[in-house]
Design a protein around this ligand. Structure first.
Ligand code: JCE
Length: 262
């Protein structure tokens, strides 16, 4: 996969040289191209922002430099076209499902903004020619889109074939469609079996695979009920067994009797 990023802070992406993503780049699975937006300005101050039409606080990124920068990136491979991803708090939610969709693309272009965002005509211009997604990584406001790009590239990068050591690791993720449905994962433990008086739950030492699987599912249901109750109410009742339903009722989540598997 090829990833291009246009930003006024290309140095912000140094973390992409480290760890999992750094390794993927060394192995040639991922190719990252960083671009300085100001390289496409023509004035001595390398201006990328201006005051907002209609008034209001802050500044807006000028369309000119973005247009020239995006055209410059597109010219790298005129036979192909990237999927364009614009981080913004007003975008559609970035989910594991969207990460999987992006991981299947050969070429992504990220356009992280600063100030109050990019003049909307840039998205209109390229939206008529390319797939342009305005995407939000969560309901909070960052100072700019760079961190959102780091989050998305990490989530996408670990899904690329050959990046994770264990082929099952990505399939098993909490939010992977069809994994453990949409349950959070329960707690995990490693050696030693006792640490500062805390013991590893004995079932995990038992070697009894059936009891371990059942215990893990109970813990997943408990943790989901506590931390993300809205995920439980969205669960398909047909995928709950008798034991699940008994536990959920104990936790105060009565499951409807309709649409249940027998
Ligand atoms: C950004 C800003 C809008 C005022 C460019 C914030 C994404 N999930 C997200 N949270 N925050 C962002 C994000 C992405 C890009 C930019 N800002 C700050 N945005 C209104 C200020 C500027």
């Amino acid at each position: 996969m090829r990833v291009d990023v246009i930003s006024i802070f290309p140095e912000y992406f140094a973390p992409l040289e480290v760890s999992l993503i750094g390794k993927a780049r060394e192995r040639g699975i991922l190719e990252v191209h960083l671009h300085q937006l100001r390289d496409w300005t023509h004035d001595v101050h390398r201006t990328v922002d201006d005051t907002p039409y209609g008034g209001g606080p802050g500044m807006v990124m000028k369309p000119g430099p973005w247009g020239e920068a995006v055209d410059g990136v597109l010219a790298a491979d005129p036979a192909s076209a990237p999927r364009v991803i614009v981080p913004t708090p007003s975008g559609t939610p970035f989910t594991q499902k969207l990460a999987m969709e992006y991981a299947a693309e050969p070429w992504l272009l990220f356009t992280p903004a600063r100030y109050e965002g990019i003049d909307s005509r840039v998205m209109a211009e390229y939206g008529a020619r390319l797939r342009v997604d305005e995407v939000s990584i969560g309901d909070y406001v960052l100072a700019g889109g760079e961190v959102a790009v780091l989050v998305m590239v990490e989530a996408i990068g670990r899904l690329l074939p050959g990046v994770l050591g264990n082929a099952c690791s990505a399939v098993d993720d909490s939010f992977a469609p069809g994994s453990m449905e949409n349950l959070l994962e329960g707690p995990v433990y490693t050696k030693p079996p006792e640490w500062r008086g805390h013991e590893v739950p004995e079932v995990l030492l038992s070697g009894h695979h059936g009891r371990i699987a059942r215990w893990r599912r109970d813990e997943a249901l408990r943790r989901t009920a506590k931390n993300r109750p809205e995920l439980l109410t969205a669960l398909d009742p047909a995928r709950l067994d008798k034991h699940d339903r008994r536990l959920l009722e104990e936790l105060g989540f009565p499951v409807s009797g309709e649409n249940m598997a027998h």
